[in-house]
Design a protein around this ligand. Structure first.
Ligand code: ZN
Length: 304
């Protein structure tokens, strides 16, 4: 696996998406800005990566809180132009809390402005290379990827990780095309020429084919049994909240799963558990996955 020198990946954890820094001689473009709670760290990391160059543009693969949560802070610090996908422009304009999965998922992001938009098929000049914008619906209807045929690199956002892809929501709040979109997006990735994939989370990896095989296998499991997806979704949502809060009192979890709309909806539509039962099941699952542990009445996060 090799990346051109002009492409720098700042690998973050699961709460904050990776920042991809694309260098030109005097200017830099950054893809994705991490989660709001990490904004000060993100600004410091980007400041160091710039090493005196100008941050010309901030670009988002999609507008989930872990990818755009640092946008406002970066704009304040660097005064850069900001570009998002065309489909998300109205959501950002009116700060559509539900569509952006903020309060309904117990997530937060500071409101930001954008300067322009791009869409599927557009060409973007970033870091001295030409990148093709490719629609990547599924995890997020409006998400895109950036593909550079010349360097054979794909910035995949949450459409493909080394081991899986960003959580896909089963039918929730009236939308039920996410699995079909996910399949189409994975098929689109399979048609691209890429030696290296830079995912939204995790390290860059060589070639997409092994990752695609794992992704299709996982997708088939969800297609076979949608409740499998609902269970995965609930675990991902609680893990993310726990990463932000670092710990949560175990005694408060039943009320929490009943109160956070996305968890309550997953439960009423697919799981059918009492809140206390759902909380207990989630704690066991997170422990089993190594994402959390019980400690003196608290559920404590293990990752970052
Ligand atoms: Zn996402």
């Amino acid at each position: 696996m090799k990346l051109p020198d002009s492409i720098q990946v700042i690998e973050r954890g699961w709460l904050s998406a990776n920042n991809v820094v694309l260098h030109e001689r005097d200017e830099v473009v950054v893809v994705d800005s991490g989660y709001g709670a990490h904004a000060a760290q993100t600004v410091a990391l980007i400041e160091r990566a710039l090493s005196g160059k100008r941050l010309a543009r901030l670009v988002n693969t999609h507008c989930h809180s872990d990818h755009m949560g640092g946008n406002a802070a970066i704009q304040r610090e660097f005064g850069c132009r900001t570009s998002i996908t065309e489909g998300e422009a109205p959501l950002i304009d009116r700060w559509d809390d539900q569509a952006l999965l903020l309060a309904i998922a117990d997530q937060r992001a500071e409101r930001f402005r954008f300067d322009d938009t791009f869409r599927d098929g557009d060409a973007l000049q970033m870091g001295g290379l030409e990148w093709r914008v490719i629609a990547a619906p599924g995890h997020d209807t409006h998400a895109v990827m950036f593909h550079c045929p010349e360097a054979r690199v794909l910035i995949s956002g949450d459409a493909l990780w080394e081991n899986g892809f960003g959580v896909v929501f089963p039918q929730l709040f009236g939308r039920d095309t996410a699995l079909a979109e996910t399949r189409a997006t994975l098929e689109a990735i399979a048609r691209l020429e890429a030696d290296t994939v830079i995912p939204g989370h995790g390290r860059p990896f060589g070639g997409a084919s092994a990752a695609l095989e794992r992704a299709f296998y996982r997708l088939e499991g969800y297609e076979e049994d949608i409740t499998r997806l609902a269970r995965h979704c609930a675990k991902v949502m609680l893990s993310f909240s726990l990463l932000e809060k670092r710990s949560m009192p175990l005694a408060e979890l039943p009320a929490y799963v009943a109160r956070v709309p996305i968890l309550a909806e997953l439960n009423s539509r697919y799981l059918g558990m009492r809140p206390a039962e759902m909380a207990e099941w989630l704690v066991n699952e997170l422990e089993r996955a190594g994402a959390a542990r019980r400690e003196e009445g608290l559920l404590v996060a293990r990752g970052q």
